[in-house]
Write a protein of this length. Structure first.
Length: 455
């Protein structure tokens, strides 16, 4: 009897450990990729009074992975004819340390045979596109400039392929892995390795001068955000300052590379097989500047959810087409700039989260950049989403009419020298569903600067 109990206990421990690993992997997989991702502190030190929600800076701890995407192989038409039982799985990871790894496991192939496999730059629905290139300016197929998880099958036709690039974080256009038939090179299987298409995601970045802006001695700044909605639409928000105050329309386009590579590359194409530059096949958030050189644009592309290779927004000079400014869209963003924030010229990007514990506590995190440096900001959890203005303060006891810190959740903070604020706050209260957003207020006036919905 004692032996049976011990065996049951050992099995329970093993299952618990396996579930912990599974949950950890799922949490990693839900993180969207960004080369300069905002990472909140895993731990933080509260002030001695324990009620102001400040932290004294990030800890040295951080997640190992910035993203982990997994998928299942599907045979192509050619693959089904050759290998009717082909199946397999793959994952692609990007690490905080700057490493990219790909693992694949394929079944149902010819035994003891060499197969080529490559990371590709388009999803499987578009045939996988071409090989992903670490440096897109390099011409030709060079293994050192690509990611090849090629493999040799065992005596049963199964195989594991692995590729690692220690000094490169794959950009978002690394979207799939394709396996090729030996000899002919035909594509026999493909797996998508990108974000969950059913989830709304938003990424932003800061505008910097392009060559055209430098030529005109401009000092362009501002932010751009692209939101890929679960309903299949794409929204683009552009808030830019420092343009020539000419009151003319400025051509702006979503591009297919980050600003640091080929100045943003070429226009992003909804149908990448097309070679014609036309608005219907692209995303053009065109705007015009006011008398102060500022421009604010909100644009919606109906019926298309931008793929991961939509990585930058470029603003062009309407006179000669030169690139005045470029913003790389690689920072995960949840904040919306409100009217007071627009008047203050804020360029705010960041993330928030809320989690409820089984111990009856609620944890709120906030990671925001683009505010004034070394400044105390009031921040509060609000009871309506940002689309409805955020509503009022969330109250632990909703019957209490007064504004009392102890009856609310205040993730207030002080920015550092760069204008960044970090908060990791836990309160002894299980927040109800109406805790829906965080609003950051202007010091002194209390005006609402920015708002972010909890996802």
């Amino acid at each position: 009897m004692g032996l049976t109990v011990r065996r049951l206990y050992a099995a329970f421990v093993l299952i618990s450990f396996s579930l912990t690993l599974l949950i950890s992997f799922q949490n990693c997989a839900e993180d969207a990729f960004t080369a300069n991702k905002f990472t909140r502190p895993i731990t933080g030190t509260r002030d001695p009074n324990g009620d102001d929600g400040k932290t004294d800076g990030p800890s040295s701890s951080s997640k190992i992975l910035s993203s982990l995407y997994t998928g299942n192989f599907l045979a192509t038409a050619a693959g089904l004819l050759l290998y009717p039982n082909l199946s397999g799985k793959a994952w692609l990871s990007r690490s905080i340390a700057g490493k990219t790894e790909v693992y694949i496991h394929v079944n149902g192939l010819t035994p003891s045979r060499d197969y080529m496999a490559h990371v590709h730059n388009l999803p499987c629905s578009l045939g996988g596109g071409g090989h992903y290139l670490i440096d897109p300016t390099v011409v030709g197929t060079v293994e050192a400039n690509e990611i090849w998880p090629s493999f040799t099958t065992d005596s049963n036709g199964n195989a594991i392929g692995h590729a690692a690039v220690n000094s490169h974080v794959a950009r978002p256009e690394a979207q799939s892995v394709v396996v090729h038939e030996p000899g002919s090179g035909d594509r026999i299987a493909c797996v998508d390795l990108h974000e969950n298409q059913a989830k709304t995601t938003s990424f932003g970045g800061y505008f910097k001068n392009g060559d055209g802006g430098n030529t005109l001695n401009l000092d362009i700044g501002g932010t751009a955000t692209i939101t890929r909605n679960s309903n299949g639409n794409t929204e683009v928000d552009v808030s830019v300052r420092g343009l020539p105050a000419s009151l003319v329309n400025y051509p702006a386009h979503v591009h297919n590379l980050p600003c640091e590579i080929n100045d943003g590359g070429a226009h992003y194409m909804i149908d990448p097989t097309s070679t014609v530059v036309e608005e219907a096949n692209e995303i053009w958030p065109i705007g015009s500047s006011d008398t102060n050189g500022n421009s604010i644009t909100h644009f919606v592309k109906q019926g298309h959810r931008a793929r991961p290779e939509a990585q930058a927004i470029v603003i062009h000079n309407p006179a000669d087409g030169s690139r005045l400014a470029c913003a790389t869209l690689n920072l995960r963003n949840q904040f919306k700039i409100l009217d007071a924030g627009l008047l203050a010229g804020l360029d705010v990007l960041g993330t928030v989260s809320i989690s409820r514990g089984l111990d009856g506590t609620t944890s709120v995190t906030l990671d925001v950049a683009g505010l004034d440096s070394n400044t105390d900001y009031g921040a509060h959890v609000h009871n309506l989403p940002c689309s409805l203005g955020g509503g009022g303060h969330y109250k632990i006891d909703p019957e209490e009419p007064e504004v009392i810190r102890e009856n609310e959740i205040w993730p207030s903070f002080k920015t550092d020298d760069t204008g960044r604020g970090l908060v990791d706050l836990t309160v002894a209260h299980l927040a109800r569903p109406e805790a829906q957003s965080i609003v950051i207020h202007e010091p002194g006036t209390g005006a609402r600067l920015v708002c972010a919905d909890f996802e």
